[in-house]
Ligand binder design. Structure first.
Ligand code: AGP
Length: 597
């Protein structure tokens, strides 16, 4: 939530900052602003999107600047509350991602000492605190100011007193510096700077960096020098571009055959599964995650229990933190997170560690915060820019399947014949996803029929239950149509009351051990007037008798079919939202990484 950027180099800063901000816009899009150092500090801010900012920004020369795209927490979206925020004399400008928890107390003290505030934000205390501490050295005034602050921050600061310098600092909010041939690029995540450079330094918590023309000098909060490693990002810069697609979401859906190939690359053989991190032998696994990643966790439970016979609990990270969880060193807690920055997930995995459990992350974003907290297995989906998670979800399911097979093999729960079948299924997965994508025009046509639906229900059983939940989440977040996902066996315990004549019900009915039960559930909703859209295997001709519309997935192992059905539901949600004219990549009120509680 919120993206910060900075640039110092040989080029004009304004176009570079706009480019970086556009690429970070998925982190927040209710207001944006920039500040350029050019003798004085020249700022431009606007309510709305980066394009709104661009349209009102006059020509500003200067090769050093900072910028921000905001997702409002403290103070409504407005140009006054947009960053950068300045001190009283407009000599110091700050952009901030995070939350200053003790800002009211700090603000009161600063007002008592004569500081004048111009916004309702928590962040504005930072420039005033830095101004209060400034005695000719920006770095030490930032250090002193931060020693008074409680909360989370990634900040970039410029001052007219020190031209050609950006001071940055991080605590619990992501921050990366790119080292390019024509300058230094600061951003909240690597995807924003990939076009400019692949060589980056990831800032860690409690570090302050000073960027000038000669390089980046990093110290800790006590001023002790920290040797930083320059890492080279393997992501292809093209992967963070729309490449001719109308929306990032559509592009990311269509990338899934390649993503799955990458997720599996070098990890599968008939002898076993090779993963980046060891899987300890434990009594119990607890999976924690939020949103889509939580749905992946539910799938993880089904496959790990099925193949490895290890009991698995799945918890919503924001709940896990506060339930005084019963865990110990006999447990493995797995945090699933695309961004690696979700505040609740990070706090939950830290909580688990503090109680002695073993920890593991399943993560997509390279170098993200979780990778600094515990050993991680990368999903290798590449940058995901659309706010609605798509390729990150299917790659999470694929990694969880790999983990389940590996654990099952180690515990001798999977026979060689079963292993061979699974490996052959995994090898066909990418091609099977491609076949689903080839049906996109049919899915688009079907989605069009439901453009004006008031409500949707999604149901599934077994491993298709998390798919139903995810299908409903996808639809509601981008089309704003209320949608409920539920376990089909629960119908009679409540959801059946919601069925009325014509309500669309999506039934995930691929062939598995509970297929017949699922057909029974379809009959129950049909008998009460629902219009049923069935997701079924290609060879299932019987299904036509039960449903109004069928969307097909190739015949596949029942543990692999849910991944294929997920792709159908992503396309379905995309096209419903598309026909409704929704702003698909940036749904209202949402942001890609939820870095606040
Ligand atoms: C889903 O489309 C959302 N973007 C959201 O539910 C997301 O999955 C959730 O915020 C968790 O994010 P993470 O995977 O980056 O931790």
């Amino acid at each position: 939530m919120c993206g910060i950027v900075g640039y110092l180099g040989a080029s004009e800063a304004v176009p570079v900052l706009f480019d970086l901000l556009r690429r970070l816009e998925y982190r927040g899009y209710d207001s944006a602003g920039i500040a350029i150092l050019n003798g004085s500090i020249l700022t431009s801010k606007a309510k709305g999107r980066v394009d709104d900012l661009i349209s009102i920004t006059p020509e500003i020369g200067g090769c050093t600047g900072i910028g921000h795209t905001r997702w409002a927490t403290h103070g409504k979206p407005s140009s006054e509350n947009a960053h950068p925020h300045c001190d009283c004399k407009d000599t110091i400008a700050v952009v901030h991602n995070g939350i200053i928890e003790n800002y009211i107390e700090l603000k009161d003290k600063l007002i008592d000492s004569g500081h004048e505030f111009r916004s309702e934000t928590d962040s504005e205390v930072l420039p005033h605190l830095i101004e209060e501490c400034y005695a000719g050295n920006l770095e030490s005034s930032v250090r002193n100011a931060l020693s008074m602050v409680r909360g989370s921050y990634a900040i970039a600061v410029v001052s007219t007193g020190e031209p050609d310098r950006i001071v940055i600092a991080r605590k619990d909010s992501p921050l990366v510096v790119g080292l390019g041939s024509d300058g230094y690029f600061v951003a909240s995540d690597v995807a924003a700077i990939l076009k400019h450079t692949k060589d980056v330094i990831f800032m860690d918590d409690g570090e302050i960096g000073v960027i000038n023309k000669d390089g980046v000098n990093v110290t800790d909060l006590d001023g002790v020098f920290v040797e930083k490693k320059v890492e080279t990002i393997t992501w292809d810069p093209e992967s963070a571009e729309k490449s001719g697609y109308e929306h990032f979401m559509l592009k990311e859906i269509f990338e899934q055959p390649a993503v799955i190939r990458e997720t599996f690359s070098g990890r599968i053989s008939s002898d076993g599964i090779d993963l980046d991190a060891a899987l300890p032998n434990v009594r119990r696994i607890v999976i924690i995650a939020c949103g889509t990643s939580y749905h992946a966790g539910l799938f993880g439970r089904y496959v790990i229990e099925r193949f490895a016979r290890i009991p698995v609990d799945v918890e919503i990270a924001s709940e896990f933190r506060y339930i005084d969880p019963i865990i110990d060193c006999g447990d493995l807690v797995i945090a699933i997170t695309q961004s690696g920055e979700t505040a609740d997930t990070l706090a939950a995995i830290r909580e688990a560690g503090s109680r002695g459990s073993q920890k593991l992350g399943v993560v997509n974003v390279l170098g993200s915060s979780i990778t600094r907290d515990c050993p991680c297995i990368y999903t290798r989906a590449g940058p995901e820019i659309g706010v609605a998670a798509t390729k990150s979800f299917t790659s999470q399911l694929a990694v969880l399947l790999l983990m389940a097979i590996r654990l099952g093999r180690e515990r001798r729960m999977i026979s060689t014949a079963e292993m061979d079948d699974l490996v052959s299924g995994l090898r066909q997965m990418s091609g099977n996803i491609q076949r689903v994508l080839n049906d996109a025009p049919l899915i688009k046509e079907c989605a069009k029929l439901f453009t004006d639906a008031d409500q949707f229900m999604f149901m599934g059983r077994g491993a298709n239950y998390p798919v139903a939940l995810e299908g409903a989440l996808k639809l509601k977040e981008i089309s704003y149509i209320p949608a409920e996902g539920f376990a089909a066996g629960e119908l009679k315990h409540g959801p059946l009351a919601l069925i009325y004549d014509g309500i669309p019900v999506v039934a995930i009915a691929t062939k598995d051990g509970v297929h017949e039960k699922m057909l029974g559930n379809i009959k129950e909703v049909k008998a009460r007037g629902a219009t049923v859209i069935g997701i079924a295997n290609e060879s299932d001709t019987e299904i036509d008798k039960y449903v109004d519309y069928v969307l097909r997935v190739p015949d596949a192992d029942p543990w692999i079919a849910p991944i294929l059905s997920s792709v159908v539901l992503q396309l379905f949600a995309y096209y419903v939202a598309y026909h409704r004219g929704c702003e698909i990549d940036k749904p209202r009120n949402l942001a890609k990484s939820v870095t606040v509680e």
